[in-house]
Design a protein around this ligand. Structure first.
Ligand code: C2E
Ligand code: CA
Ligand code: CA
Length: 715
């Protein structure tokens, strides 16, 4: 990603390149200014050397020559005006000396002259000098002789004048050249100064511009980004982020900052949501979603805390309240009404008992109340019994839901803390007492008594036996045939669990299935049934389906779909051949979770049928909402279809409702041919019951599943 970006980046889109260009620009400007200075100073130096040369050497030379010449001329005059012989000889001697020194200078001249001197004037001077020297020599040989010649004297004068004039011109010329060089040098100096000043000004401007650009595009955004990052690091997501459009590292940094802030905000939001969800999950885990009462888990925790407190803790009583006549309300008036009744019950329980202790919903139509007993009232169960009577009275008062006046009753089991050593035992004691109460003809309120312990022990033994049987694989699937009522052909089997303990004997699923549910063994049981059923089904034709009963507890377990599908995969059993039978109780309460699980199962190809279907207003809603494939009419209706007109009406309504929703209908509990024909005529697609066969073991099912021809051959 980063390297791609690096490649993508246009060459001006990188601060590195920009900085390099800025530095190169600066170096260029400085190099330019420096070279101009060096060049100018070089030229200036040449000029100074020239001025030095011409000024010091040439001018000085010509000056000296002029001096010597005029000295020679003066000495000539001295010779002419000498009055005595010794004077004359002395002046002649001086003259010879001065003549020699001029001659000397003339010899030096060629070596010294740089050749820039006016050649014509120099030539004129040389000629004039030679003429003068010649005439001078001639005259002074005459003077030596004592003779003199006026003509020669005037010629000398003229030659001298010529030489002096040429020398003056030469001096003037060299002076003029010096002046012009000085002037040129001055001009060059001021040119250099101007150029340097302009270059310095340009460099300063460029530097200022570059600095401004750098401050705007690099330093300021960097500072803003640093401030923003510091604020973000402190957890503030409300910070203003710099608006940086540059397509370079700064731009990337600003963009990354924005992404960082967005992620931080998302993270914060996720944390907030997770916190809310955790809170909700915590309350959900301990509260019943329908009535908002503490649930079984919360109650068990409270009881565990109670028993953990140990010696000196005041006694308490546990009341288990189970509603009577609630199921028909649910079946006949629908779950919406059922739910409202449960809420009303919860409210009445709280009004009656909340001040004395805790009210909880254990599930379905089962509630519990824990009350504190007065100190030292160890053996006295009367306050608990009084509370139970108060609760029962409160619940027996009619409940009005819409225009339904609903009358229910309750069976109440009471157990005291002294009856048990731990929470589980106390719950079992109260449960046993409650069942006693339910069975009793006289009083539905029952106090646990140690004699009932036998029943409790039997239950504990049964639990142990069930655990052992599951481990030993003694709980085995049997298969009840499901028949197409119009063709009378076998379409599938329903798995029914069978268990016969070596000591206890056969145990009904109506007993061990609820026990397995309570003990958290139902998933294990179900998995074992399915695994064996998949192996048995391998011997059936491919179009024979397999129906499996699923407990409401399993449909609340998020892992259920994955475990089930994994099991099917492991046995190579196609999900399309599997049907799950769920009961309406699974669809009460927190339906969203159940719906999610059903959606996942249906997406895998598994079909879902609604078991024990009775007529209820909300059932229609359930059929739509949960996208059920099939309904199974409960055997209580099938069995009484001829005797009970209400049953016949319900069966008819269920079938027409299912037709409308394009659902298949199965009639359970067909015990004779008459009922089979009646159900077929009424529009049931499939039938199941002792008439077609009880549940048989794997071999029996394989025999039934064998194609018709093969069966006849075997017979
Ligand atoms: P269910 O799902 O309604 O199963 C049908 C019950 O009706 C079975 O009782 C079956 O033996 C019985 N039955 C079938 N035909 C007739 C008939 O013609 N007349 C009469 N009177 N009864 C008939 P069973 O086997 O005692 O099972 C009772 C309940 O136990 C089942 O009711 C089902 O809810 C549960 N169950 C059984 N096996 C399993 C299992 O493997 N897993 C789960 N979760 N529940 C199971
Ligand atoms: Ca069933
Ligand atoms: Ca059933």
């Amino acid at each position: 990603m980063v390297s791609e970006k690096g490649n993508d980046r246009f060459w001006l889109g990188s601060i590195h390149v920009k900085m390099t260009l800025v530095i190169l620009g600066f170096v260029g400007i400085i190099a330019y200014v420096t070279s101009i200075s060096i060049f100018g100073l070089g030229a200036q130096d040449a000029k100074m050397r020239f001025i030095e040369q011409v000024g010091l050497v040439e001018t000085h030379f010509f000056g000296e020559l002029a001096d010597k010449l005029s000295e020679l001329r003066l000495t000539e005059t001295l010779v002419h005006h000498a009055e005595t012989e010794p004077e004359r000889l002395e002046s002649l001697q001086l003259l010879a000396l001065r003549r020699a020194s001029v001659g000397q200078l003339m010899i030096q001249m060629d070596a010294i002259m740089p050749g820039r001197v006016d050649a014509a004037q120099l030539d004129r001077f040389r000629k004039a000098w030679r003429r003068y020297a010649e005439l001078h020599d001639r005259q002074f040989s005459l003077v030596n002789d004592g003779s003199s010649e006026d003509g020669v004297r005037s010629a000398i004068h003229k030659a001298y004048g010529d030489a002096e004039q040429a020398l003056d011109i030469l001096i003037e010329d060299s002076q003029a050249r010096i002046n012009s060089e000085v002037q040129a040098s001055n001009e060059l100096s001021s040119e250099i100064m101007t150029t340097m000043a302009v270059a310095a000004a340009i460099a300063t401007c460029v530097a200022l511009l570059l600095y401004r650009a750098a401050r705007r595009n690099i330093f300021a955004p960097l500072r803003e980004i640093t401030e923003a990052l510091t604020a973000l690091a402190q957890g503030r997501t409300d910070v203003e982020l710099p608006e940086c459009e540059a397509k370079d590292e700064i731009g990337d940094l600003a963009a990354a900052c924005r992404v960082f802030r967005a992620n931080l905000a998302d993270l914060e939001e996720a944390h907030r949501v997770a916190k809310i969800a955790r809170k909700a999950a915590e309350t959900m885990a301990l509260a019943d979603p329908l009535t908002n009462l503490p649930n079984r888990r919360a109650l068990a925790a409270k009881l565990r805390r109670y028993f953990a407190a140990g010696e000196g803790t005041p006694s308490c009583a546990l009341l288990i309240v189970d509603l009577d006549r609630f199921k028909p309300v649910n079946d006949l008036l629908g779950h919406m009404v059922g739910d409202l009744v449960l809420c009303a019950v919860a409210k009445r329980l709280q009004e009656a008992a909340a001040r004395a202790g805790m009210v909880a919903r254990l599930g379905g139509d089962e509630f519990a109340v824990v009350i504190r007993l007065a100190d030292g009232a160890d053996a006295d169960a009367r306050p608990a019994q009084k509370m139970a009577r108060r609760i029962r009275e409160a619940l027996r008062a009619p409940i009005q839901v819409a225009d339904h006046r609903i009358e229910i009753d309750a069976s109440i089991g009471i157990a005291l803390s002294r009856h048990a050593a731990d929470a589980t035992t106390l719950l079992s004691c109260a449960d046993i007492a409650m069942y006693r109460g339910k069975k009793s003809q006289h009083d539905p309120i029952c106090l646990f008594e140690p004699e009932m312990q036998g029943e409790l022990r039997r239950r504990v033994d049964l639990e142990k036996a069930l655990r052992r049987a599951l481990q030993a694989g003694e709980v085995r699937p049997h298969y009840q045939p499901i028949i197409d009522l119009s063709t009378r052909r076998l379409t599938g089997f329903e798995i029914l669990a069978r268990w016969s303990d070596p000591e206890i004997g056969p145990v009904s699923p109506e007993i061990f299935i609820p026990l397995a549910e309570q003990q958290g063994l139902i998933l294990e049981l179900s998995t074992a049934m399915l695994a064996q059923a998949c192996r048995d089904a391998a011997r059936w034709p491919l179009d024979i389906t397999l129906s499996m009963n699923v407990s409401p507890v399993q449909l609340r377990d998020r892992r259920f779909p994955e475990l089930l599908l994994e099991s099917l995969r492991a046995h190579g059993f196609p999900p399309q051949r599997l049907e799950l039978e769920i009961t309406e109780t699974a669809l009460i309460g927190d339906v969203d979770e159940v719906r999610d699980i059903l959606v996942r199962l249906r997406a895998a190809g598994i079909k879902v049928s609604l078991d024990d279907f009775g007529m209820g207003y909300s059932s229609l809603n359930h059929l739509r909402q949960f996208r059920i494939d099939k309904v199974k009419i409960d055997k209580s209706f099938t069995c009484t279809v001829f005797e009970d007109p209400e049953s016949a009406l319900i069966v008819r309504s269920v079938i027409s409702l299912a037709r409308g929703l394009r659902l298949a209908v199965v009639a359970e509990g067909i015990e004779d041919e008459r009922t089979a024909e009646m159900m077929g005529l009424m529009g049931c697609d499939l039938g199941q019951g002792f008439h077609f066969g009880k549940a048989v073991d794997g071999d029996g099912a394989a025999a039934l599943a064998r194609p018709q021809g093969a069966r006849e051959a075997a017979a």
